[in-house]
Write a new protein. Structure first.
Length: 271
């Protein structure tokens, strides 16, 4: 039977010392290995991670989220791997058993339900990332756009999603390696869209299991007036929509044969 000791948890840190201390100090990982890849932090992230029991990969440059994830993936020897942000609180490590069961039964990537600190639903499972949906999700008025088609909540059991936000996404180590790991063209943002789409296109669905719920203290940098995060977001968006031109509009997405399996299963319960 799969247990937490069959998992490696991978966390990328960048000046995350306070967050690591707050979110990981009282977590019982149940024997799971925890790897923290530090992207050349100027604070005490490396020392804090080591004191909390992580195996630390201390990089001397910051080459982004995907590069750091792949550096950790190269060290994984367990059959299962979960990429989980420093601001996620894992409430119960036995939930990993459930996630492994779902991922294994369906040869899928899998994500837990994420909750805001007030325990409201964060809706981390997402539909097709059309530009109109993404703009509407940021508060831009887009006539005719139904956000329930992009970020649904209220699912009672495992549900097919197009992708899940990269704060917590896992599956078999073999599958992540089959997919080629994380696309290093994305410094930050859109890399989670990409790995979800690549998984579907390779014949492996993405499943959100709301019966496993973790708290995520999400503070997206692009909700604040800072130019660098927006530069990264726009740069990643250009890469993404060049790679997936069928997602530039609803008409193209509905006509794309490659997306037929995803469209058929999206938001339906996993059986």
């Amino acid at each position: 039977m799969t247990g937490p000791s069959d998992w490696t948890l991978v966390t990328v840190s960048y000046n995350s010392a306070e967050t690591l201390q707050r979110c990981w100090s009282d977590v019982d990982l149940g024997g799971a290995r925890w790897v923290v890849v530090d992207n050349d932090s100027s604070d005490d992230s490396v020392e804090v991670a080591r004191a909390l029991g992580a195996d630390v990969v201390a990089r001397t440059t910051n080459d982004g989220f995907s590069v750091a994830n792949n550096a950790a993936l190269a060290t994984v020897t367990t059959p299962w791997v979960m990429f989980v942000n420093p601001d996620v609180v894992i409430a119960d490590p036995t939930g990993l058993n459930r996630l492994a069961s779902i991922a294994g039964d369906h040869d899928a990537l899998v994500a837990p339900r994420l909750l805001n600190p007030d325990l409201t639903d964060q809706r981390n499972g997402r539909g097709l990332p059309l530009p109109s949906y993404k703009l509407a999700n940021r508060g831009v008025h887009m006539p005719g756009v139904d956000l329930e088609r992009y970020a649904q909540g209220g699912h009672a059991g495992p549900t097919y999603v197009a992708w899940a936000i990269g704060a917590a996404i896992g599956g078999s180590t073999a599958l992540f390696r089959e997919l080629g790991g994380w696309d290093e063209r994305y410094f930050i943002y859109y890399e989670d869209h990409d790995i979800g789409l690549r998984s579907w296109l390779a014949g492996h669905p993405v499943i959100l299991d709301p019966t496993v719920a973790w708290v995520h203290e999400w503070q997206r940098a692009t909700t604040r007036v800072r130019i660098d995060p927006w530069k990264h977001e726009l740069r990643s968006a250009r890469v993404f929509y060049r790679e997936y031109p069928m997602l530039r509009s609803r008409r193209r997405a509905n006509a794309a044969p490659a997306l037929a399996r995803l469209r058929e299963r999206l938001w339906s319960p996993v059986k």
